[in-house]
Write a protein that binds this ligand. Structure first.
Ligand code: AMP
Ligand code: MG
Length: 409
């Protein structure tokens, strides 16, 4: 059976995936989600001219000659705290004490910072400020609309909302926003050999590590992970579980039961209930993979070996689920690095995704070394890796060779 190039497998999946519908959410719940409309500034930010420093609001002209030797003296006529408003216009020869963020009084056109001044109070209780430096017009003044002008587009549709976007939305008075839904993704594990949690292992049994790992990968990608447990080897129970899951979730992930030799109930049921495409992809690890729909819900059949299921998620499920979220940037960050040791392999018609540790180097390209055992069952090699080095078919790489790396996490 000839192997399918990875790009074709990815294409088969992506063409069948659409973005989810729009939902209106409180802005605090939108991190990682994608805007459906342009966001416009409803008001000026900042809304009024204010000071960026604690100091004294002055008329620049009044202190233009001020120096250490010949300081200028002004009468302090008022104190303006952030959140209060000046009671009157500033006149010639006057200063107002002003706190960062407080409005600039009419008549003032500059702020001199407190560190360049000294104050004194006369016996009659009149306060004066001595300015030891000039303050040019506009000094420390943040004009209204200096950040954003009312009516301007702040960000367009298709923007992935990060913490700073959410801060901006709040500063503009948005409480809610229309975004593409966050996908609810259910995860099953399959296989009679699997033991969940700390229960003692019987002969031939191993612990279920794929489900917790996949749930965490979903969480990391900003999706809603839904733990659907382990499917027992009972056809009726599996059928009911798959149907319920297909209704509850926007997408489903299973692990195990997609390899050539395997023919378990999950596989035969998906064959019957779903429209599945069983693939053998020209990659290592994660050669077997299935994708289709069950009752209209996309389902990703990931391979069972723990490293394979994670790599399969990275290369095939994650981009598709991000597309569901309305994202256009569905790829992880990639870099070009130099092999810091030989990355040995044999020709086998497949692209290898080698678990590597990428280290920064001060004097050039980052370096990569193997992160440990490269077997598809050796999860420790993946746990110690921060990248997947893409090693093309052939005899591998020598020290100093350039290698493309998909950065993880
Ligand atoms: P399969 O694809 O079902 O033939 O499984 C391939 C290998 O992955 C076998 O060694 C399984 O025991 C193992 N495996 C399957 N599912 C899991 C899981 N949820 N956690 C850990 N290992 C698994
Ligand atoms: Mg199995």
């Amino acid at each position: 059976m000839s192997l399918l190039p990875l790009a074709q497998a990815q294409e088969r999946v992506l063409t069948q995936i659409d973005a989810l519908p729009t939902v209106r959410l409180r802005i605090g719940a939108t991190r990682g989600l994608v805007t459906t409309h342009a966001v416009t500034a409803k008001e000026d930010i900042p809304p009024f001219a204010n000071t960026g420093m604690d100091g004294f609001a002055v008329r620049s002209r009044d202190i233009e000659e001020a120096s250490e030797q010949r300081p200028a003296t002004l009468r302090v006529v008022e104190t303006i705290a952030a959140g209060s408003v000046p009671s009157r216009t500033l006149d010639a020869g006057e200063a107002m004490r002003i706190m960062t963020g407080a409005p600039i009084p009419a008549g003032a056109d500059a702020v001199i910072m407190v560190e360049l001044t000294e104050t004194s109070v006369s016996s009659a209780g009149d306060e004066t400020v001595i300015c030891r430096a000039p303050a040019p017009v506009g000094n420390h003044v943040r004009p209204a609309g200096d950040d954003l002008r009312a009516g301007t587009e702040v960000f367009g549709p298709g923007t992935v909302l990060g913490p700073a976007h959410i801060g901006m939305l709040a500063s503009l008075g948005y409480e809610e926003l229309d975004v593409v839904c966050r996908p609810r993704v259910g995860v099953f594990s399959t296989g009679d050999e699997l033991v969940v949690g700390a229960a003692p292992l019987g002969p031939g049994q191993i612990r279920d590590s794929n489900r917790p790992q996949l749930l965490a990968l979903l969480d990391e990608a900003g999706m809603v992970p839904i733990d659907l447990g382990r499917l027992p080897d009972d056809e009726q129970v599996i059928e009911a579980a798959l149907q319920e899951a297909a209704e509850r979730c926007d997408a489903l992930l299973t692990s195990g039961g997609v390899s050539m030799g395997d023919f378990d109930f999950v596989k035969s049921l998906l064959q019957r209930l779903g429209h599945m495409n069983w693939m053998q992809i020209a990659i290592r690890p994660a050669k077997p993979f299935a994708f289709g729909t069950v009752l209209g819900t996309p389902i990703f059949g990931l391979p069972g070996n723990p490293v394979s299921s994670a790599v399969s998620f990275e290369l095939l499920a994650r981009p598709a689920l991000l597309k569901m979220m309305g994202r256009h940037d569905t790829q992880r960050h990639r870099i070009v690095a130099l092999a810091d040791e030989p990355l040995v392999r044999r020709p086998d018609g497949k692209t290898h995704f080698v678990r590597v540790q990428v280290t920064e180097s001060v004097d050039g390209a980052p370096r990569v070394r193997s992160a440990g055992g490269q077997g598809s069952h050796q999860l420790s090699g993946l746990a110690f890796a921060n990248g997947l080095a893409i090693v093309p078919d052939g005899d591998g790489l020598d020290t100093g060779d350039r290698v493309r790396v998909i950065m993880l996490g």
